[in-house]
Design a protein around this ligand. Structure first.
Ligand SMILES: [Zn+2]
Length: 308
């Protein structure tokens, strides 16, 4: 089963380690090359994430440093990796190759300057999340109590995404921001979110939000972080599958994908401790769903819904 995973934070960990971790096989990386191969991952998306404690004037440099590790460590040292730069590149992957795509989690690195967003785009970023959990110059994140939506800058970023056929990612965005993105974005996506009806966490989506995405034929990629899976935070594979069941009950069977959050999380669903354990999830899914539906969750739904 070929898997497309819409979110991991391996670049953040490589950056945090100052480049000392070996992307090929470091035990500290849940989504290292060896584990992606073991787990059947065909495409991995790599988020650029600059944590809140980095001073504003250093955020762009931190983002560029993470892109350096993407080119130098992930792509540069592994000839079987292919950089995904265009939406048709997904169709060009040969057996034994792993596609790698850059995404941005939070618009902080660009400040208020769309020229800097264009630079990140030119370097390969193909999905833009306006916020992480906090408020920034583009929008409010889920943990900002003010609960505002998009600023003028945030709307300009969405228009930039539309013009260049980039995803606008609603994971981490405030509820008001979500609805504004749904109005404005041509290519909305939720790259790593679960169902709030199953686990009531602010990072998860209400049914109305999930339905609005499905009505647009947009994707929700379920996330493996236990606090987003089950309210007591201890989660089994079947608990994760309850989110898929729920999204299916809302009409999402052809709009559900996977967004692990590996290397951005320190707790794990039992049996899903790193990317190499993905066959456990696939086997469990095959007990509940037809093979073609599981192939849909693993990769084919995303391939059908990607921008053209
Ligand atoms: Zn995240």
């Amino acid at each position: 089963m070929r898997v497309i995973d819409l979110h991991c934070d391996a670049l953040f960990k490589l950056w945090e380690s100052g480049g000392t971790l070996d992307y090929g096989r470091s035990e500290e990386l849940a989504a290292n090359r060896e584990r992606l191969i073991q787990g059947g991952v065909q495409v991995q998306c790599y988020a650029i994430f600059v944590p809140p404690e980095v001073k504003a004037e250093h955020k762009l440099q931190a983002a560029l440093d993470q892109i350096h590790y993407f080119y130098d460590e992930v792509l540069g040292r592994h000839p079987d990796f292919r950089h995904i730069q265009a939406w048709e590149d997904f169709d060009k992957l040969q057996d034994g190759e792993i596609g790698a795509m850059l995404t941005l989690e939070g618009a902080e690195p660009i400040g208020s300057d769309l020229k800097q967003l264009n630079i990140l785009y030119q370097l390969g970023v193909r999905s833009i999340g306006l916020t992480w959990n906090d408020a920034n110059l583009a929008a409010d994140g889920v943990l900002e109590p003010r609960g505002a939506g998009l600023t003028v800058l945030g709307k300009d970023i969405v228009r930039f995404n539309n013009r260049h056929k980039l995803f606008t990612d609603v994971a981490h965005l405030s509820e008001k921001g979500f609805w504004e993105v749904m109005e404005l974005a041509d290519y909305p996506i939720a790259s790593h979110c679960n169902a709030r009806a199953v686990c009531d966490h602010p990072r998860n989506l209400y049914d109305a939000q999930a339905k609005a995405l499905f009505d647009r034929d947009a994707m929700i990629h379920v996330v493996y972080y236990p606090p987003f899976v089950k309210e007591n935070g201890q989660a089994a594979l079947t608990d994760l599958i309850r989110h898929i069941d729920h999204f299916c009950s809302l009409g999402g069977v052809r709009n559900i994908g996977l967004g692990s959050d590996f290397d951005g999380i320190e707790q794990f669903v039992d049996g899903l401790e790193h990317a190499g354990k993905l066959p456990n999830l696939m086997n469990e899914l095959l007990k509940h769903y037809k093979e073609e539906e599981v192939r849909g969750f693993a990769s084919e739904n995303f391939l059908r819904c990607r921008p053209r």
